[in-house]
Write a protein that binds this ligand. Structure first.
Ligand code: PMP
Length: 286
């Protein structure tokens, strides 16, 4: 089955899919995106992702190129045409094509591109069973990290440095020495006295959809948590560390910089929370 992409109203062969060289996404990173997990052929937390997409569009004053219900139909059609059971769908909306000039163009039509691809489940399970390493790096991003903009250069540089240093992710640290989030994940700790902690949402981090789903699961299961900033010192001293994202789910961290966390294996709380999130996913796909 050849891969199919959706580009501005047409389903095209992935190989032939293209936008104009003066698309503002290409020239200014003037656009937003979402990545949604496909599990068992179903979209996980679709409503949360679409809510966030509309919020990002609103913050940048980009008009949605189509209403929510037709967009959901197009997403399903992309999944169907690509025959995807487990994987991800990627949506990108930019301000559209216009002669290069910084101010918003008067007559541009926003561009919508959707792609989907398979992701191997077995590898993810192995990674989760072993746990991953993270490094810490200064957070050099702009001040509106709540907007899911395609402007990801600091995130790209951080992830690359993580990979070059044998780590899965980089946790980013603000000027006060507090952890903001990962380059493409939200950061969590379990303190020595057993408290589950993650940074509150606001302009300094992306409001992760997985983060929100997990917080809801914690609430519903009567598991206490705190939404507050935590320092690098607390991170290194934590009993457990984990991260969340649509593609990583709940992923135990067993090493931060040169410090082994706990006994170097995924902690009990992290494992329990991964299982809770997997149960939530199972309900979404039922
Ligand atoms: N923070 C950043 C910077 C991200 O790019 C992502 C991935 N979209 C996340 C957090 C996790 O968000 P989600 O759970 O919605 O995938």
């Amino acid at each position: 089955m050849s891969r199919i992409a959706y580009v501005n109203g047409r389903y095209v062969r992935h190989l032939d899919a293209a936008v104009h060289i003066e698309d503002r996404g290409y020239q200014f990173a003037d656009g937003v995106y979402e990545v949604v997990t496909i599990s068992g052929g179903r979209l996980i937390d679709e409503a949360g992702h679409l809510d966030r997409l509309w919020r990002s569009l609103g913050e940048l004053r980009i008009v949605a190129p189509m209403a929510r219900e037709p967009l959901k139909m197009v997403m399903r059609e992309v999944i169907r045409r690509n025959g995807i059971v487990n994987g991800i769908i990627y949506l990108q909306i930019t301000r559209g094509v216009a002669p290069r000039d910084h101010p918003f163009p008067k007559n541009a039509t926003p561009s919508l591109v959707i792609t989907a691809r398979r992701l191997p489940l077995a590898k993810a399970a192995k990674t989760a069973a072993e746990g991953v390493a993270v490094i810490t790096l200064p957070d050099i991003r702009w001040a509106r990290r709540d907007i899911k903009s395609v402007s990801l250069l600091p995130n790209v540089l951080a992830k690359q440095e993580a990979r070059e240093r044998g780590a899965y992710e980089a946790f980013l640290v603000d000027e006060e020495g507090m952890v903001t989030e990962g380059s493409s994940t939200n950061a969590w700790i379990v303190t020595k006295d057993g408290k589950i902690v993650t940074r509150p949402t606001g302009n300094s981090i992306l409001a992760g959809i997985t983060r929100a789903a997990l917080l809801l699961e914690l609430k519903e299961n009567g598991i206490a948590f705190e939404q507050r900033s935590f320092s690098v010192a607390e991170l290194l001293d934590a009993r457990e560390v984990f991260l969340t994202s649509s593609t990583s789910y709940v992923l135990p961290v067993v090493k931060v910089d040169d410090k082994v966390i706990g006994n170097g294996h995924p902690g009990l709380v992290s494992q329990k929370l991964r299982a809770l999130y997997e149960k939530f996913m199972a309900r979404e796909t039922a």
